[in-house]
Design a protein. Structure first.
Length: 274
């Protein structure tokens, strides 16, 4: 029964991308949660939605742009939003959390405007909002795989810096770590992962894949590296289980993935940590 699932190219693409996203989203999510920036993923996902809406509007208004992949503008808007968010965090040094609702509000505003200009919701937009098992093309797959490779490579080489900035920013600055540069790189990585994940999980639910597995992992892990390992494990279980459920039960994969993540979280909460 499961073997039949992989008879179709688009399903194989979806599962390959899902497995990769199940690694990079909880990986970055571990740093996000520790830095108490959980809502940042929500803000950037709304900015990505604005990019998708703009792309759909442009493809409707200008025929030469019909072939434009909305994923690219989603990437662009997410990256721009992450840079602007980091700038706002520096502007509001005493109230850095203000950067998140500002960016989220701007993203939603642009999204609503361009969705209305594009004559409202359609099938393509719904697949970006809630995910789809059939939406990942071969070009999408290679773009997302390249993005994931960049993210993994960057985290590997900057792990020490990201770790110190997450747990003790003052010590990191005293140690000579270029905090501002590393922060910008981290924001860019988060933006890329969010834009990559929206094909599978959906824009409205992508932040859940970055935070719920981490929330579950924190309950049973001893140490940060173990938290990352458990978070990735829970992320993979959620993604694979969600995609299989979505295919056979004709459900939105984003919702299925999130519900499985919630169930895992409930189970770990019920387990008494030693």
């Amino acid at each position: 029964m499961i073997a039949n699932l992989f008879e179709y190219d688009f399903i194989r693409n979806t599962f390959i991308v899902g497995i990769v996203i199940g690694i990079v989203a909880p990986l970055l999510g571990s740093f996000i949660v520790v830095r108490r920036l959980s809502l940042m993923a929500d803000a950037l996902s709304h900015v990505s939605l604005a990019g998708i809406a703009v792309s759909l509007y442009l493809s409707k208004m200008y025929l030469p742009l019909v072939a434009l992949n909305p994923l690219y503008l989603g990437f662009g808007f997410a990256v721009g939003g992450s840079l602007l968010m980091e700038k706002l965090r520096n502007v509001y040094k005493q109230f850095q959390e203000l950067a998140i609702p500002i960016i989220m509000s701007a993203g939603m505003g642009f999204s609503v405007i361009f969705i209305s200009l594009a004559n409202g919701f359609n099938t393509d937009l719904f697949s970006y909002l809630f995910g789809s098992v059939s939406a990942v093309s071969t070009s999408d797959m290679w773009t997302i795989l390249a993005t994931a490779f960049i993210v993994l490579l960057t985290v590997f080489f900057l792990y020490k810096e990201l770790f110190l900035l997450s747990f003790d920013e003052e010590y990191a600055n005293a140690s000579g770590i270029p905090a501002k540069v590393v922060d910008v790189i981290f924001m860019l990585l988060v933006a890329l992962v969010i834009a990559s994940s929206m094909r599978i999980v959906g824009i409205l639910l992508v932040s859940s894949l970055m935070t719920l597995p981490v929330a579950a992992a924190i309950r049973i892990a001893n140490g940060f590296k173990q938290t990352i390992a458990y978070a990735i494990l829970f992320g993979e279980i959620s993604v694979i289980g969600g995609l299989v459920s979505a295919f056979y039960l004709d459900l939105a994969p984003g919702g299925s993935i999130v519900i499985i993540s919630v169930l895992i979280l409930v189970i770990t909460i019920s387990v008494q940590k030693n």
